[in-house]
Design a protein around this ligand. Structure first.
Ligand SMILES: Nc1ncnc2c1ncn2[C@@H]1O[C@H](COP(=O)(O)OP(=O)(O)OP(=O)(O)O)[C@@H](O)[C@H]1O
Ligand SMILES: [Mg+2]
Length: 317
């Protein structure tokens, strides 16, 4: 017989083994960001959020992209099942709102809540940009304010931004205190990531000049959609490891038919209870996913003074 995650979390509570941060540790707000499209941001965001929930953390996932891929992976058809009032949209446009609580909804993962997106969220790109052009620069901080209004209840808040540099992506950068950058090892993705990093640098500088400098506790690169059968990818992977050094997550997130097939069912690999492909393919895929997520979990825990001492004792930090 298996236990549900909710039952497991009850037992963790009983035995005092929930891995929560201490009240004075900062909530980790991690953005899975790269301005390039299709690099695996949403896939990694959702699997990271679900992995952390399975470990017993209190997690929120905020879908900041009007394409709503992350929302879709929770089984929603965004433009049928949701309205703009279910998303970030009302909070971003109405100054008088003080909390994002209204938009959080429970998911079928105990301990994981979701703020979904749908196409209407795209409106706020224009609205924020227009209002910023009229001198309301503080709007770049609106998402941060919303996150601050709910951060108390969570250990980790994962942000899935849209591709391209717009008002929402900027707000995400401003709100995050940690950044994970997925990069497929192909020439195209690699060169646009170089452009992304240059832009990131400029953006951070510009934000700093205006007194909005983001403070990042960690920045990690994840090789995503890796196909080691392609010799060029192997070479680029080696180059990335040399360039990014310790900032690079050691486990590559390989291209897997299991991820593709789960996505087609509006699900994740963690959610499926059996292989769509074969158990060998599924197990390999779970090994990559768990490997990447476990490394990121260590970075997250190292942000928390109450965990850092434990990690040091265990030789993990
Ligand atoms: N490791 C992987 N193995 C197989 N398919 C993958 C993998 N990672 C992502 N994909 C597939 O690639 C496509 C793009 O992935 P995803 O939506 O996560 O990228 P994204 O960076 O969020 O895209 P966008 O920029 O449009 O938001 C999806 O169909 C997804 O299922
Ligand atoms: Mg996406």
């Amino acid at each position: 017989m298996g236990y549900t995650l909710a039952q497991l979390n009850d037992m963790r509570g009983l035995f005092g083994t929930r891995p929560w941060r201490a009240a004075d540790d900062p909530c980790c707000v991690v953005a899975v960001q790269n301005f390039k499209g299709g690099v695996g941001k949403s896939t990694l965001s959702v699997h990271l959020a679900q992995y952390l929930a399975i470990q017993g953390y209190r997690v929120a996932l905020i879908d900041c992209d009007s394409q709503a891929s992350a929302t879709t992976l929770f089984g929603y058809v965004p433009d049928l099942d949701l309205t703009e009032d279910d998303t970030l949209y009302p909070f971003l446009r109405q100054e008088e709102m003080t909390s994002l609580d209204y938009a959080l909804r429970k998911t079928h993962f105990d301990g994981l809540e979701l703020i979904p997106a749908n196409l209407r969220l795209f409106q706020s790109e224009y609205e924020i940009a227009a209002r910023m052009a009229r001198g309301q620069g503080g709007l770049i901080d609106r998402l941060s304010q919303g996150i601050a209004s709910i951060a108390d209840r969570f250990d980790v808040i994962v942000l899935d931004p849209p591709p391209a540099l717009g008002a929402i992506s900027l707000s995400v950068l401003r709100a995050a205190n940690a950044l994970v950058v997925p990069v497929p090892p192909t020439v195209m993705d690699f060169s646009s990531t170089a452009a992304f990093l240059a832009m990131l640098d400029e953006t951070i500088e510009t934000l700093a000049e205006r007194g909005f400098a983001p403070t990042l506790k960690f920045l990690r690169f994840v090789a995503s959609k890796v196909d080691e059968n392609k010799s060029m990818q192997k070479e680029l992977l080696t180059l990335m490891r040399t360039l990014f050094g310790h900032a690079m997550v050691r486990t590559p997130l390989k291209d897997s038919a299991e991820i593709d097939n789960a996505t087609a069912r509006l699900m994740t690999v963690y959610e499926l209870d059996g292989p769509v492909t074969s158990s060998a393919v599924r197990n390999r895929c779970l090994t990559y996913l768990d490997g990447v997520n476990a490394e990121l979990e260590l970075d997250i825990r190292a942000m928390w003074p109450s965990h850092l001492s434990r990690l040091r004792k265990e030789g993990l930090a």
